[in-house]
Design a protein around this ligand. Sequence first.
Ligand code: ADP
Ligand code: MG
Length: 210
Amino acid sequence: MSRTLDDVLAWLRAYADKIAEEKQYLTKLDSAIGDADHGVNMNRGFQAAMEALDDKAPASIDKALNTVAMTLISKTGGASGPLYGTFFMRAGSAVKGQETIDVSDWASMMDAGLQGVIQRGKAEVGDKTMVDALTPAVEALQQAAEDGDDWGDALAAAAEAAHDGMEATIPLIAKKGRASYLGERSKGHQDPGATSSYYLMETAAAALGG
Ligand code: ADP
Ligand code: MG
């Protein structure tokens, strides 16, 4: 079974709602090892992105993701705005012109998004960033696509892998971004960006996995 533009829009809406719900929590995480704005940044960006999508109905999956990307780049402050902007732009480009997507397209989209984040932010796994949640999720999706898993199984595996990656950031010393200024003191705290990246996979499982 393939997924359509409407399914992708449902995912984006679910993500915007999740960010709004978790705004305080994300900001609390960022107050421990950053400047206490991750929840506020992400919420501002995603509320604006939803407004942009409501204002002008996108004609295709890649155009919807491009609108989200452009809005995030212009409206979300901090390091995460351009990084998530790049993520959505690359994810859209991976399925340019396609009306429907299957599990292997989704794996390609998430991988393209992750590669964009890595290119732009130069973080590696273990640097205590969103890359730590996205990388295992992409690996799980690629494995699922190879095994011919259905959407439900593939997205559940990706969400679980992202969750583990997010929790694995807790003992790490940050090597990139604002948290890296803290050095050893960044240990013992979950990375805010890894947390918002886990929500991407969690909401995908809920919106596209059924
Ligand atoms: P800022 O750090 O500028 O205040 P945010 O608070 O919105 O921006 O986002 C912080 C998150 O951005 C971090 O938790 C981390 O996951 C992510 N991040 C920061 N720098 C990088 C980078 N170079 N590569 C990947 N992710 C990064
Ligand atoms: Mg911050």
